[in-house]
Design a protein around this ligand. Sequence first.
Ligand SMILES: [Zn+2]
Length: 139
Amino acid sequence: MPLKIESFEDEYIDKIQRESIDDLNKFYEINWVHHLPVVIITKDRKTIDMLKGESSKRWMVGSAEGNKIFMLDRNALESESVHKYTPETYYTLLKHEVSHCFYRILSNGQMKPVWLCEGVAIYTSGQNKEKCPKLNIIS
Ligand SMILES: [Zn+2]
């Protein structure tokens, strides 16, 4: 089945992608300004699965493949995943995937060890604060 992909204007996605890249350039000490990750928004999980070539779990809403980021549309987040939509949550989900793109550069494409790759993505996106609110009081 072919996929039809079109570009579209979305100031919110542009803004959170730009903020993510700016912040991650500082964290990773990289000045990545050319050939930046391309965000591909999909209306449903089926499309992400087709792009990845495998079926995904309901908690998965995005994936970084090279410099391409496949993300579930924020309007489909609640119907297609286990996540509740808030602008902040969506920002952390996108930033997590952008962080993987940076890690790919540092790891020379190896994305290993997986625990470190995921841990850094969770930390740099702020998802550790979402899942462990008590940590916010300490830090
Ligand atoms: Zn991840």
